[in-house]
Structures are given as structure tokens and as C-alpha cells.
Design a protein around this ligand. Sequence first.
Ligand code: PBG
Length: 328
Amino acid sequence: MNYLNNMQRRPRRNRKSEVVRSLVEETSVSVKDLILPLFLVSGTGKKVAVDSMPGIFRYSIDTMLSEIESCLKLGISSFDVFPAYPEELKDAKASESFNPETFYLKALREIKKQFPEVCLMSDVAMDPYSSDGHDGIVKDGKVLNDETLEVLGRMSLAQADAGVDILGPSDMMDGRVGYIRDLLDEHGFTDTSIMSYTAKYASAFYGPFRDALDSAPKFGDKKTYQMDYANSKEALIEADLDMEEGADFLMVKPALSYLDIIKLLSDNYPLPIAAYNVSGEYSMVKAAAERGWLDGERAMLEILTSIKRSGAKIILTYFAKEYAQLGR
Ligand code: PBG
């Protein structure tokens, strides 16, 4: 069949009005697809702006509870809480991560107590608690894999015990999903889910997040554990392992430069795919919009829709509240 020069076929007819366009629209984003990341600090009465992320704050538990309440009213019910720890509480073994009295675990408990209906996600990785700023235990300049699993395991049990619904191992150590799954099951946490950061790339787009948490690595980079952005095949290996090791969700991170990876995993795996629209992807849009260089709202809609179109069911995004406020 030759469609060229065939004016009986006029694709523009399906774009002729708002109503027709919405009839043919294939992809739409619902607030139910979104998880809002939130930054937690210790203390009370705090709501401190993150300079490199306009519109995003570090909350203490009391102000975070009000923020969650206002998000719930807008239809957002899933939250991923990340703690910012002061330097003096960090050590080489991330000991604070499994101290039951630590402000992060207490806050997670408090959130589940006040809002049992929310889906609460946490981050399993050593970096916010590590004096080396790495996601694993460092020895002689190397990040040790198997020694790190033990810490991740203790951290996971402590978070599950605090009532977290979905654990998010974001560390990229080998074997961690299976290790954590076994431990959870042994301790009776068979209902605690795991959203594995399956294909997490060593990315420049995490910059603002590391500012927000003061969690940048103290030396070197994360390239011996996070993936090389030149590669897609190893995403399949990671996904195979996560499937086998019992992950409930597969995540791709970042999202925008990795739409092909989202599509690859969504075409090949039956598990729900999540994409993390990371801090740098958010801040780029905000910075350009502040200068009047692009329309921030339209850019947000295009970005979130394209992430879904590529195959992600779930999007972790700092835009979640702003999107919900549009009431779409
Ligand atoms: C920690 C972690 C990071 C992000 C989520 N969990 C940073 C990193 O790996 O350095 C980044 C999120 C973002 O940029 O929004 N392991």
C-alpha cells in the first residue's frame, strides 16, 4: 500500500478539535500513578527550601504530616521519604540507618500511624548515613558488595518494622533484592514489597538531590555500582535477577534520557515498571521556566506523559503535587 500523496488519508482529521484529540489520546497520567518524594530533616517546625529544586522543601516530621495531608486531599497517596542526616550522625557503616530511635524511622512510624491509608516507600541505601557518601561500605577506596548487603538487610528490617509498604533498594549492590527478600520473609514481613532500582544509571541528573540530602560521595563517583549510560543490555541482566530474586516492581532511573530502557523492560517483563523522574530533570524545567525560556506547566505535562507512553506504569516525580493541583 502506498500512502504517499494519498489525500484520502488525512491524519490531521484526528487532530481537528480538543474533543477529537482527547478521543484519540492513547496515554494519560493519573494522580494514582504518581509517587511524591519528600525530604525529611530532624526537629520540628522546619520547612526549608532546597535551593536547587524550586518548590521543594526539607520538612521536619510535623510539617511533613501537614504536607502529606494536603497531598492526600489532591489525590496523591504514595510518598517516598528520604532523610537528610547531619554529618555528625554519619559513620562508615551507616549505623544510624538501623537505630530504632533515629528520626527517620520514628517519622515513618508516625506517618503510618496518622495516615494508615497511604502507601509509604523508603530508600534502602547507605549514602545518607555514610561518612563516605557512598551507597556501600568503603575499604581502601573500594565499595564492598557482600559486606554492604548485611547493612542493607538491617536497614530493610528496621524500615519494614516501622511500617513501610514498599522498600526501595537504590544502592545497586549485586544480590541485594534476594538477600533483603529472604530476610524480610524470615522475620514475618512477607507483605512488605520491594521496588527494585533495577536499572539505575550513574547520572549527572542526581545533582540537586545530593544537595538536598548533603549526600554527595566524598571521593570518586558511583560508576562501579551504578550503570553506564552507554549501555542498555545490562538492564536486561539486572531485570532478570530482580525478577528471580522476588522484586515486586522494576524501576528505571533517571527517566528522560532512558525512555528506551523503560520501553525495553516494559516490553520484556510482566512486572509493573516504575520510572524515577529525578531531581535534575525537575530542576532543569524549573530553571528554564523561571527565566521564561519555556512554559513549565506544558513541559511537565509532556514529560510525565512521555514517561508513561514509554511503558512506565508508575512515576516517582517531584512534579506530583503540581500535577495534582491541575485537577486533571
Ligand atoms: C540514593 C539515591 C539517589 C537518588 C535516589 N536515591 C542519589 C544517588 O544515587 O546518588 C536520586 C534521586 C534524584 O536525583 O531525584 N542512593
